[in-house]
Write a protein that binds this ligand. Structure first.
Ligand SMILES: CC(C)(COP(=O)(O)OP(=O)(O)OC[C@H]1O[C@@H](n2cnc3c(N)ncnc32)[C@H](O)[C@@H]1OP(=O)(O)O)[C@@H](O)C(=O)NCCC(=O)NCCSC(=O)c1cc(O)c2ccccc2c1O
Length: 729
C-alpha cells in the first residue's frame, strides 16, 4: 500500500516536474497548448497559490511523435529517435526488446549521437507501467532547441538490461531481486524503479526523462531468480576466535561461523548497556582488523551482549576533560578511529536488536582481492525490551553500510543532554541518511525513535520481528557473500567516494590500482622495468616535515622524516610512491639537488587516490595531468615554482633549515596547530575531513565547564542545568 502511494506521489511529482521544466525557460516553453490539453495539474485544490496561479497548468496529452534522425542521416537500428510535433521534446527509445533492451556498443554509439550518455548517475524515480517518469534538473540545449528528452525502453519487460555497473551500484550490491531495472516489490503488480533519469551529455545539458515499463506480476519468476535462487537463513554454529596476538578479549566476544565466511563481534558490557570504553574500542579495532585480514571470512557480525542495548555510546563514568580514560592517564576519543575503520573496511557487517551491515574496505588486505563479510550483532534481545542504539552507539550503526532492526529497537542521539556531540560522521552521515531537517531534529531535540520511525526516516534498512532478526541478518549476509567480492568492494568505495573527498577518492583509486595490478598490461611493464632499471642508489634530497596528530594524548608533536641524506651531490629522488608520500606530508623542504616525479605510467602503476587528488590541489589540474601522463622528473626549483614544495635550500643546510621550521611550529599552540591541520584538510576530505574537524571540536568541548555539566548531571542522575551558560551571539 505504502509502495503504491509512493508510486502515485512519484507520478504526481514527475508530472509536476515536467510542468516546471517546460515552464522554467520561456525560450523552450510551448505556446501551443490549448485549454483542452489541460488535465494534469490540480491547481484549484490544495495548490491554490500564486506560484501555481502564475505558472498555470500543463497538459499530459501524448504528442504526435515524428521519427527523426541526426545530421548524418544514417538510420538508427538500436534506438528509435523521435521528436514531438510542435513541441520541444525528443524521445529516444531503446529498441532491442528481444534482449530486454540490453545495450551493445552500437546501441551506446547511437545514444551518444543523441547526447544521452556520460552521466548515468541519478536519483531514484519510479514509473507506473504506462507513464513516463521525469527526473534530472532543468537544463537546456541551445543548439537544437529541444528542451527535454525522454529515454525509455521498447517492449513491456525491460527499460534497460545494463551494462553500466555504476548505475547498478546500489541494486547490484544487494542483488535481491533487482532485474535490469530495480524491482522493489516482490508482491504482485511489481513496480519497476530505474535510475536512468538523468543523462547529462558533455556540453549539452538537457533534462532527460526515463520511462520504465514492466508487466511482470506475481513472484520474481525470471531468469535472474531462477539462476541465483534462494539463500538459507539457518543460524550458523559460532566458534570463539582471536586475533594474531592471541590475547584474549575482555570487552568483546569474537566468533567465527563454522564452515561459513562469517565472523561475529559482540560488545560485552551489558551491565553498562554496552557502553564502550577506550579498551572496548581497541578490542573492536583488533577484531575488525582480524576479520578483514582473514581470507576465510566474508562477513562479520558485531553484537551487543544481553537483551537491552545495541550500544549506549561512550562510557560516561570514564569521561574526563580530554576524552574517555580507562587504563591510561589521558583521555581519548578512539571511537573515531573505529568509525574510520568501519567506513573503509572492504567487508559487510550485521548487528542485532538492531542489525547492522557494513562493507569494510581495506587496501592492506587487498592483496588477495578477497571480499569478506563482517556481521555485527550488537545485541539480541531475548524479550521485548527496547534495544537501544543511542549516543555514540547510534553513530556506530549509522557508519555501518546497512542496518536491520528488530521491532524493539530504539534509536537516538543523547549528546546535547549529556554535554557531548559528534560533529563528525555523527552529523554528516546522519544528514545524508535522514536529510538535513530530520538530522537537526534528532540532534537538537535529542529524542528517541522507534525502529518503525527509523525505517520511515531512511535511518535503517528494514525492521523485522525480534525473533527473526538473526535469521534475517544472516540471510542478508549470505546474499552479499554470493556476489562478486570485487564488485562489492569497489561499489562500497564508490558509494562513499563523493562524500568522502580525498579519502573517498583515495579508496576508490586504490581499488582501481588493485584491479590494474592484475592485468596483463602491468605484468608486461613490470618485466620491462625489471630488465632495464638498475638498482637505484638514492641519496637524500628532500626533507619532509609533517605535523603529527594524536587523539590519544592531545599532544602536538613533530615528526621529522629525513628520507635520505646524500653525502655528495647525487640527485635525491622523490619519485613514484615516494613522491606521493612527500605530497601527503604537510610541508616539504627540499635540498637543491632534489628530483620529483611520478613514474607509474612507465612501470604499469598509478596512484589514482591521494597521488592524483592531492597533487591536483598542490600544482593545479593541468600540471598534475602533465606530471602523471608524461611521467617526467622535475628539479627542486621547478617543484617550488609549481607549489609542490615549500622551499629549496642548499643540500648542506637542509637539516638545519628543517629543524628550524620544526622549532617554529613547536613553539605555537598545539591545539591551534591540531585544529588548523584538520581544518586545512576538511574541505577536500569530505566526510572524513569533517569527522576529523568535528572530533577536535568535541575534544575541546569536553574540557569546558558546559561539557562537564552534561556529564556530571548524567552521573548524578539529574537533568543538566545549562541555563547558566551563555547563548552567545
Ligand atoms: C541507554 C539508556 C537509554 C538505557 O536506559 P535504561 O533505563 O534501560 O538503563 P539505565 O540507564 O538504568 O542503565 C543501566 C546501567 O548502565 C549504565 N549505563 C548506560 N549507559 C551508559 C553509558 N553510556 N555510560 C556509562 N554507563 C552507562 C547506567 O549508568 C546503569 O548503571 P547502574 O550502575 O546505575 O545500574 C540509558 O542508559 C542512557 O541514556 N545511557 C546513556 C546514553 C548516553 O548518553 N551516551 C553517551 C553519549 S556521548 C557518546 O557516546 C560519545 C562518545 C564518544 O567517544 C565520542 C567521540 C567523539 C565525539 C563524540 C562522542 C560521543 O558523543
Amino acid at each position: 500500500m505504502a509502495t503504491e502511494n509512493r508510486e502515485k506521489d512519484m507520478s504526481a511529482v514527475a508530472r509536476r516536474f515536467a510542468a516546471v521544466i517546460n515552464h522554467l525557460n520561456p525560450m523552450f516553453a510551448q505556446p501551443h497548448l490549448g485549454s483542452n490539453d489541460i488535465s494534469l495539474s490540480k491547481c484549484s485544490g490544495s495548490m491554490n497559490d500564486s506560484y501555481h496561479r502564475i505558472h498555470g497548468e500543463v497538459s499530459d496529452k501524448i504528442p504526435v511523435w515524428n521519427v527523426a534522425c541526426d545530421e548524418t542521416g544514417v538510420e538508427f537500428t538500436d534506438i528509435i529517435y523521435e521528436k514531438a510535433e510542435g513541441e520541444a521534446i525528443a524521445k529516444i527509445t531503446i529498441n532491442r526488446p528481444e534482449g530486454r533492451n540490453a545495450s551493445r556498443p552500437h546501441t551506446i554509439k547511437e545514444l551518444i549521437t543523441k547526447g544521452l550518455v556520460s552521466q548515468w548517475y541519478s536519483s531514484c524515480v519510479r514509473s507506473s507501467p504506462t507513464k513516463m517518469v521525469v527526473g534530472s534538473s532543468p537544463a537546456y540545449d541551445m543548439a537544437i532547441g529541444v528542451s527535454s528528452r525522454v529515454c525509455k525502453g521498447k517492449g513491456a519487460i525491460a527499460f534497460w538490461a545494463g551494462p553500466n555497473l555504476v548505475v547498478w551500484a546500489r541494486y547490484a550490491f544487494w542483488a535481491r531481486g533487482h532485474v535490469a531495472t530495480n524491482c522493489r516489490s516482490k508482491k504482485s503488480s511489481m513496480k519497476i524503479t530505474n535510475r536512468f533519469d538523468q543523462f547529462v551529455p558533455v556540453g549539452k545539458r538537457l533534462p532527460v526523462l526515463a520511462g520504465v515499463r514492466c508487466e511482470l506480476s506475481g513472484s520474481m519468476n525470471d531468469s535472474y531468480h531462477r539462476i541465483h535462487g534462494e539463500v538459507s537463513d539457518k543460524i550458523p554454529v559460532w566458534n570463539v576466535a582471536c586475533d594474531e596476538t592471541g590475547v584474549e578479549f575482555t570487552d568483546i566476544i569474537y566468533e567465527k561461523a563454522e564452515g561459513e565466511a562469517i565472523a561475529k563481534i559482540t560488545i560485552n558490557r551489558p551491565e553498562r548497556r554496552n557502553a564502550f570504553r577506550p579498551h572496548t574500542i581497541k578490542e573492536l579495532i583488533r577484531a575488525f582488523n582480524d576479520a578483514r585480514d582473514d581470507s576465510s571470512i566474508g562477513v562479520i557480525i558485531l553484537t551487543g551482549k544481553g537483551t537491552k542495548a545495541f550500544c549506549s555510546g561512550g562510557d560516561q563514568t570514564l569521561r574526563s576533560g580530554d576524552g574517555y580514560a580507562d587504563f591510561e592517564n589521558f583521555g581519548r576519543l578512539n571511537v573515531l578511529d573505529l568509525q574510520v575503520q568501519m567506513r573503509r573496511l572492504p567487508k559487510p557487517v550485521i548487528a542485532m536488536v538492531i542489525f547492522v551491515i557494513y562493507t569494510c574496505q581495506s587496501l592492506l588486505s587487498s592483496v588477495n582481492c578477497d571480499m569478506r563479510m563482517v556481521q555485527v550483532k550488537f545485541c539480541v534481545a531475548s524479550n521485548k525490551v527496547a534495544g537501544y542504539a543511542v549516543g555514540g552507539g547510534h553513530v556506530l550503526h549509522m557508519v555501518c553500510d546497512l542496518t536491520i532492526a528488530a521491532d524493539n529497537a530504539v534509536f537516538g542521539q543523547t549528546g546535547p543532554k549529556v554535554g557531548s556531540f559528534d560533529a563528525g560522521y555523527g552529523s554528516s552521515i546522519m544528514s545524508r541518511l535522514v536529510g538535513p531537517k530530520k538530522a537537526r531534529e534528532m540532534w537538537f531535540l535529542a529524542r528517541f525513535y522507534t525502529a518503525q520511525e527509523a525505517e520511515k526516516m531512511g535511518l535503517i534498512n528494514t525492521v523485522v520481528p525480534l525473533e527473526k532478526l538473526e535469521q534475517e541478518t544472516v540471510k542478508w549476509c549470505r546474499e552479499i557473500i554470493r556476489n562478486s567480492p570485487t564488485a562489492i568492494r569497489v561499489l562500497k568505495s564508490s558509494l562513499n567516494a563523493v562524500d568522502d573527498g580525498h579519502a573517498g577518492h583515495q579508496e576508490l583509486g586504490g581499488n582501481a590500482t588493485l584491479i590494474f595490478y592484475g592485468t596483463e598490461e602491468v605484468f608486461r611493464n613490470k618485466l620491462v622495468q625489471m630488465r632495464r632499471l638498475p638498482k637505484p642508489v638514492i641519496a637524500m634530497v628532500i626533507f619532509v616535515i609533517y605535523t603529527y596528530q594524536s587523539l590519544l594524548n592531545c599532544d602536538m608533536g613533530m615528526v621529522q622524516v629525513k628520507v635520505c641524506v646524500a653525502s655528495n651531490k647525487v640527485a635525491g629522488y622523490a619519485v613514484g610512491g615516494g613522491h606521493v608520500l612527500h605530497m601527503v606530508c604537510d610541508l616539504t623542504i627540499a635540498a637543491d639537488n632534489a628530483v620529483f616525479g611520478q613514474t607509474g605510467p612507465k612501470v604499469g602503476s598509478f596512484d589514482a587516490g591521494y597521488g592524483s587528488s592531492i597533487m591536483s590541489r598542490l600544482v593545479g589540474p593541468k600540471k598534475a595531468r602533465e606530471m602523471w601522463f608524461l611521467a617526467r622528473f622535475y628539479t627542486a626549483q621547478e617543484a617550488e615554482k609549481m607549489g609542490l614544495i615549500n622551499t629549496v635550500v642548499p643540500l648542506e643546510k637542509l637539516e638545519q633549515e628543517t629543524v628550524k621550521w620544526c622549532r617554529e611550529i613547536i613553539r605555537n599552540s598545539p591545539t591551534a596547530i591540531r585544529v588548523l591541520k584538520s581544518s586545512l584538510n576538511a574541505v577536500d576530505d569530505g566526510h572524513a575531513g569533517h569527522q576529523e574537524l568535528g572530533g577536535n571540536a568535541t575534544l575541546i568541548f569536553y574540557g569546558t565547564e558546559e561539557g562537564n555539566e552534561g556529564k556530571t548531571a548524567y552521573m548524578e542522575r539529574r537533568p543538566p542545568n545549562f541555563s547558566k551558560f551563555p547563548r552567545r551571539p
